[in-house]
Design a protein around this ligand. Sequence first.
Ligand code: HEM
Length: 674
Amino acid sequence: MDYSRTIDETNPLMKKRNKQCLKWNQKLFKWPLIVIWFIVLLLCAVCVLYIFTQNNIESESSNVLKNKHSLHILSHATTNDDFLKKCAPIVKCDQNAKYRSINGSCNNLKTPTWGAATTPFLRLLNANFSDGYYDIRVQTNGSALPYPRVLDVNIFLNREIYKVDENNVLLMPFGQLLAHDISGLPNDLIIDENGNAIDCCLTENKIKNYTQCQIALENLPDDPVYSVHNKTCSPIFRSLTSRNYSCPLYPTEFINDNSHFIDASEVYGSNESYALHLRAMEGGRLKFSIGDNGQMFCPFLANQDKASSGNKKTHIKYDTGDPTNGNQNFGITAMQTLFLRFHNYIAFKLSSLNPFWSDEIIYQESRRIVIATIQRISYEDFLPIIIGEDFQEIYGLNEANIYDPTVNPSTSIEFSSAGSRILHAIIPVEFNFMNKDYKIENSIKITDWMVKADLIPLGDNFNKLLKGFIETPGRMLQPSYNFYISNYMLTLPNNPQYKGRDLLAVDIARGRDVGLQPYNQVRHFCGYPLAKDFEDLADLIHIKDVIKLKKNYYSVNDIDLMVGILLEKHSGGAIVGPTARCLIADGFYRYKAGDRFFYDVKGQPGSFTDDQLKLIKYITLGHVICATTNVDNVQEDIFKTVDHNLFPTIKMKCDEEFNLNFKAWEEVNYRTEL
Ligand code: HEM
């Protein structure tokens, strides 16, 4: 090709264009009016753009997002340092250990207690107590904050939107499993002489002014629900503080009972002795029970060791990695069962491939795969739905191998006591038991079946429950919790006076208990303007709700974090608003960048080989369900509802398309022994 010729041909063209431009310019200068018109138009466009960015949350937040990783927030509180200086145990670590410890210690080799169980929650912002130490925050004019229950009644209750979500119910129990994996905040119970927790609402106990009872929930006499039952108060306790763990800190700090990492604490426990207790010590398996139907479940607790339909008084309870929450409702119990079965399924596969492997190696390798699977599902399938795919990408959460030993992996108290709890708004009223023909055979109200899992091991219920999770559209995240969970949570069967609790009121109270900063401070911390008065909140919260806030709080600086984030309009692509999104993203960044054993980290003693990683990246929650239940088909997008009539081909048949091959774990040439 003759390049010189090509160049020659273009030159005259350019000259021609330049000449034309010149002519235009001359014309313009001849008509200055047109130029002025042009400038006026340009100014108008700039004005319109300005107004738009002021009113529109999305355009504002996307401006913030432009700079990659500029969104990361840094904690300036020093709590963990205080803990490290005064109370942290001296831990000796084996730098070459292949497997993560059960309690999370020794993950960070420089600060081995970072992220370990029974270490404090991180504070993103300093604590807010009225005495700077432990007393509940008051309003800026010195008056008490509004009762949490009154806030629920005045702002949230009875405003449910009955719209089906594109996400299915399964998103909720998986979310709960994850929530309790990274966070466990026990109550500071006062136990009576019979071994029962006292009722903070009884007059005799109120007189005693127990500090632990300071957040008992008061109801007004005109309460729309509780007035009918003459219920003026709901008992809840303040949380255990570091003092209870022989570590007094100023201001009061709260201890996470679970390891902070995403490490399947719910399945394996968060301390060594409990983890041992859960193991069968044979074939790498976890202990299990077999129901009357021949299926595998978590071990039935000793005095209730059989699922019995005959004896209605027997309430089944399971022994799980989380004795506090594992039995709380069918959703989380089902998830625990699913992953217990998955562990034992993998253990079986690995021991078949490597018959010479010890119980210890099979247990640890199976545990490693289960944790990796939960991590992968969390970041690739769950989180994008919650905070939006674009945000996740820009935040750097999709990047592989980002381990950074300077990142503190601890759960922030803002995340666990508010940001994560926003997903309480997706709890549906009912769970459906669905058969293979997509027929709902039974629906149960979640609140009717709390802390009693009797139905799960009966007949084919477990499979039908799972099918129901997958096929039933979920509750859309909205500024309210469902009516039942807002009123009748945890009704106690043996206590007729006790007519339930309000989960949203509990969440608001918990935020005060642990000394969270109010909404305005946190949203500012997340990069949004500090509101000077209520009206300034209208950038993120609908004006109708701003008016409600004004009616309920003295000042814009008094609004509880939980209340504010629930009212925020959703950010683009996310199901939560900007402040919750910021808290959630921060948490998930810590659990990934701060975890030396994160599944895609390279070059560590615990790293998977490339072939093993290939399988880990392939395993979905669909595989877990297919491998461990009789559910016959699942969709690839496991948290999305798929209409099986309209899109029959989107469903994958479990037996044909969800086989897992663990060959990458086969050791051919040598024996490994512990
Ligand atoms: C039926 C479903 C659920 C019920 C009945 C439920 C109920 C509860 C209750 C009673 C608490 C303790 C409240 C307190 O005393 O402070 C709690 C805590 C919590 N919940 Fe839920 N929850 C459910 C689902 C979820 C989901 C889907 C998520 C998030 C994805 C979640 C996140 C949390 C978190 C982070 C805590 C604090 C955990 C801790 O630090 O101990 N929950 N939930």
